[in-house]
Write a protein that binds this ligand. Structure first.
Ligand code: SAM
Ligand code: SF4
Length: 330
C-alpha cells in the first residue's frame, strides 16, 4: 500500500514477545521491562490474522523480532504457519543468538530465509557486561550453527557504543575478510527509559567508517538491494568475502524510504519506531472484528505514518517515544 508520502509500505516487523533472556544495558533496565501479562500478548493465531490482512494490503516481508523471539514457546511452528501464507515472499528473524545453536536447524526448515544476530562485543567479559550476564560462547556457537545449516547471508548487528566497543570496530570489520558475513554497524538510538544514557554513548557511523578506513580501504558495494539490504549502506574491504553495512538512524535517518510497520507484542500497530502513536488491533481482534474492519485499522495506521522522525533536532519527538525497542520490536 502506498502511503501519503508515496512510500510503498510492504514490510512488517512483528515483536512476538517483550521478554528477553538478556538485559542489554542500552535496551533494558537491569530488572527487565514491566512485562506484559500473558493474556495481553497477541496469540500466534491473532498475529497470523494480522499478517494475512497485511498481505492483502501489500505486505510482502515479515521480520520476527522482540524481545528475544526464540524465548517464546512454539516459535518454530508459528514460523512454519507464517510460511504457508500465500503472498508472503520473505520471512526473516532477529535474535541475540543465545539459543540459536539449538534452533538454527528447525528455523531453517520452517522457512526462515534470513537471520540477523546481534553481537556487540567479541570479548567474553565485555559481552557479559553489556548484556548483563550473556555468554559469548553460546552466541558464537549459534553463529557457527547458522552457517553450517545454510543461512546466507548471515548478518551480524553491532551497535556502536562510545567507550565500550569502539576499540573492537576493526576486529568486527575484519570478520568480513574471510567470512561471507554482513557486519552491520548500527547507531545507538536514545530510546525509552535508558535514552539519556544512550545519548552520551552515541558514536556516529561517520566516526566508525573513519576508524575502518584508517586501516582498510572500503569499496562501495554496487547493486544494493533495497528490499533485502534495507537502510544499510554497504561496503566491502577490498578482496573480502563479506560486506560491511552502516545503519545510521540518527545521523542519516532513512525516513524518506521507510517501508515499515511494526506490530508490538501487545497487539498495536505502530507506523514509526519513534512515535508513540499506535492503532490498537488486539481489542478489535478479540472483539470479533471482520476482515474488512481489520484492513481498515491497518490503513489507519499507515495513514498515521509521519514523514520523518527528526530524532536529533526535535527533542519533543524523543520524549514522546517512551517505549523500549523490546516492546516495539527492534
Ligand atoms: N533480542 C533480539 C536481538 O537482540 O537481536 C531482537 C530484538 S532487539 C530490540 C533488535 C535490535 O535492536 C538489536 O540488534 C539491538 O542491538 C537493537 N537495539 C536495541 N536497542 C537499541 C538502541 N537503543 N539503539 C540502537 N539499536 C538498538
Ligand atoms: Fe534483549 Fe535484544 Fe534488547 Fe538485548 S537488544 S535486551 S537481546 S531485546
Amino acid at each position: 500500500m502506498i502511503d501519503q508520502y508515496n512510500r510503498d509500505i510492504n514490510y512488517l516487523r512483528v515483536s512476538v514477545t517483550d521478554r528477553c533472556n538478556l538485559r542489554c544495558k542500552y535496551c533494558m533496565p537491569k530488572e527487565g521491562l514491566s512485562q506484559i501479562g500473558h493474556n495481553d500478548i497477541l496469540r500466534y493465531e491473532e498475529i497470523l490474522r494480522v499478517v494475512r490482512a497485511g498481505v492483502r494490503l501489500g505486505i510482502s516481508k515479515v521480520r520476527i523480532t522482540g524481545g528475544e523471539p526464540l524465548v517464546r514457546r512454539g516459535i518454530v511452528d508459528f514460523i512454519a504457519r507464517l510460511k504457508s501464507i500465500p503472498g508472503l515472499a520473505d520471512i526473516s528473524l532477529t535474535t541475540n543468538g543465545v539459543l540459536l545453536k539449538q534452533f538454527a536447524d528447525d528455523l531453517f526448515s520452517a522457512g526462515i530465509q534470513r537471520i540477523n544476530i546481534s553481537l556487540d562485543s567479541l570479548n567474553k567479559e565485555k559481552y557479559a557486561a553489556i548484556t548483563r550476564g550473556g555468554d559469548l560462547n553460546a552466541v558464537l556457537a549459534g553463529i557457527r550453527e547458522a552457517d553450517r545449516v545454510g543461512f546466507a547471508p548471515i548478518k551480524i548487528n553491532t551497535v556502536a557504543i562510545k567507550g565500550f566497543n569502539d576499540d573492537e570496530i576493526l576486529t568486527f570489520a575484519a570478520r568480513t575478510i574471510d567470512k561471507p558475513y554482513q557486519v552491520r554497524f548500527i547507531e545507538l538510538m536514545p530510546l525509552g527509559h535508558v535514552g539519556g544514557d544512550n545519548r552520551s554513548k552515541y558514536l556516529s557511523n561517520d566516526v566508525v567508517t573513519g576508524i575502518i578506513r584508517q586501516v582498510y580501504p572500503l569499496e562501495a558495494v554496487n547493486g544494493q538491494r533495497n528490499n533485502v539490504d534495507g537502510p544499510a549502506r554497504l561496503y566491502r574491504i577490498a578482496g573480502g568475502q563479506g560486506v560491511i553495512g552502516f545503519i545510521s538512524p540518527v545521523s542519516r535517518h532513512f525516513c524518506h524510504a521507510c517501508n515499515r510497520l511494526r506490530l508490538t507484542a501487545d497487539g498495536h500497530l505502530r507506523a514509526c519506531l519513534l512515535l508513540d502513536e499506535e492503532v490498537d488491533l488486539k481489542g478489535p481482534l478479540r472483539g470479533g472484528c471482520s476482515d474488512a474492519e481489520l484492513d481498515d485499522l491497518i490503513r489507519q495506521a499507515i495513514a498515521k505514518k509521519p514523514w520523518g522522525h527528526t530524532m536529533i533536532k526535535e527533542e519533543r519527538h524523543l520524549r514522546k517515544c517512551v517505549k523500549e525497542m523490546a516492546t516495539i520490536g527492534g
